[in-house]
Write a protein that binds this ligand. Structure first.
Ligand SMILES: [Zn+2]
Ligand SMILES: [Zn+2]
Length: 348
């Protein structure tokens, strides 16, 4: 079906739209055309992130209506300038940051401080649509060994790669991961590939712990008490690296307590603006390092390459598959709270 708009033939495309907090729709909009320096991706898979649920719950400062989706991959089908035609037909994944690349912040790699900073899926339309526009400089070739479904997992795998890098994981480091949702699992994949040992994982949902075990966790725990017992016996001098990936703020204190003298605790979960009663001395006294890791700029490509070579695990992560028209089910709170849910993906 085509319709006429401003004198040109425009084909509509389907896109999911968050109209306002709590209201999601499937709409038809004009299919987007790339300007010079931009490419259009025909979406093949787009994974659902808990951050999208937070957008739908109205917990992020964004303007509505909005087409979300920041974990997508597909095939380049249009470019805005002849010099970029080499991308046509390539299977790709993309970074989401849009920046000027010229200001002082950009030159220092502090992308999020760029005055022109925007993020695809949080303002500029994202991947829950048949097409998505991205700057050509953000494109990365999807390794041939990676399926589109796996490709949709590379953005969060970039988060796991960034967290492990910020944590300074070394061969032989002991580690604990608190929360085995997709980010916790991705951290496990990267820590394991980085040579961490005796990795202990905490989650309330048994299915996630079974997957963590199959990805190489030494032991798993369903509650903090069991985790403490395991840590005391397997990391008797304290744990080198603790990653908080649940966004459950009560686990931050537990993580600090389990981090060894001089060890590193990384905050990788989004704590939903909840405050934490906090005693600075527990960090200051034992020279612990408490670090934030909420940014995967520059880490999607190494994650894609490592996953493409089979170094990073992705299998078993996707538990639910949807078409765009299944949007109600895909964004239902009951679905995401289900025991067997780890990650959903839209396939096209
Ligand atoms: Zn995400
Ligand atoms: Zn800039």
């Amino acid at each position: 079906m085509n319709y006429r708009g401003r004198g040109t033939i425009v084909s509509p495309m389907q896109a999911i739209r968050f109209e306002q907090p709590g209201k999601v729709n499937l709409v038809e909009v004009a299919d987007p055309a790339p300007s010079p320096g931009w490419a259009r991706i025909r979406t093949k898979a787009a994974a659902i992130c808990m951050t999208d649920f937070e957008l739908l719950r109205g917990r992020h400062a964004v303007d509505y209506p909005l087409t979300p989706g920041h974990e997508y991959c597909g095939v380049v089908d249009k470019v805005g300038a002849p010099e970029d035609e080499k991308w046509l037909g390539r299977r790709v994944v993309a970074d989401n940051e849009i920046t000027c690349l010229k200001c002082g912040f950009c030159r220092r790699g502090e992308w999020r401080r760029c005055p022109e900073y925007r993020q695809i899926g949080f303002g500029p339309p994202g991947g829950y649509a048949e097409y998505v526009l991205v700057p050509v400089q953000n494109l990365h070739v999807l390794p041939g060994t990676i399926s589109f479904e796996q490709g949709s997992l590379l953005e969060p795998l970039g988060v796991g790669t960034a967290v492990a890098s910020i944590a300074g994981t070394r061969l032989g480091s002991t580690a604990i991961i608190l929360g085995m949702g997709p980010i916790g699992l991705n951290c496990l994949a990267v820590l394991k590939a980085s040579g961490a040992r005796r990795i202990l994982c905490l989650d309330q949902r048994p299915k996630r712990l079974v997957l963590a075990k199959s990805w190489g966790a030494a032991e798993v725990a369903e509650n903090p008490e069991s985790l403490k017992r395991l840590a005391n016996s397997l990391h008797p001098e304290g744990t080198d690296v603790v990653i908080e990936a649940s966004g459950y703020h009560a686990l931050v204190s537990l993580g600090i307590e389990l981090t060894r003298f001089g060890g590193t605790m990384v905050l990788a979960g989004f704590c939903k603006h909840e405050a934490l009663p906090f005693e600075p001395d527990v960090v200051q006294g034992p020279n612990r390092r408490l670090l934030g890791a909420g940014n995967n700029s520059g880490f999607i490509e190494p994650a894609a390459n490592a996953a493409g070579d089979g170094i990073l695990r992705t299998e078993g992560m996707i538990t639910h598959w949807y078409k765009l028209e299944d949007y109600h089910q895909a964004f239902s709170e009951d679905q995401v709270a289900a025991q067997d849910y780890i990650k959903g993906v839209f396939v096209f």
